[in-house]
Design a protein around this ligand. Structure first.
Ligand code: SF4
Length: 64
């Protein structure tokens, strides 16, 4: 089942790591924070999203 890909805007510190690691899933917005490029992920994309989420220094990325 597809899961929602969410970036907590309050928590994100705008380090840019997620967008650098996977530009298919994350892009930096005008506020210098990360936004998900897609609303939901499943299969290989879910695995990729979980991988990036585990690298976020402030755990702002949720795959839920
Ligand atoms: S890795 Fe985390 S803190 Fe860095 S831009 Fe992405 S969501 Fe924000």
């Amino acid at each position: 089942m597809a899961k929602k890909l969410v970036v907590d805007q309050e928590t994100c510190i705008g380090c840019g790591l997620c967008a650098a690691v996977n530009a298919d899933l994350f892009a930096m917005n005008d506020e210098g924070k990360s936004d998900p490029v897609v609303a939901t992920v499943d299969g290989d994309l879910e695995t990729a999203a979980e991988d990036v989420a585990s690298q976020c220094p402030v755990e702002a990325i949720k795959v839920e």
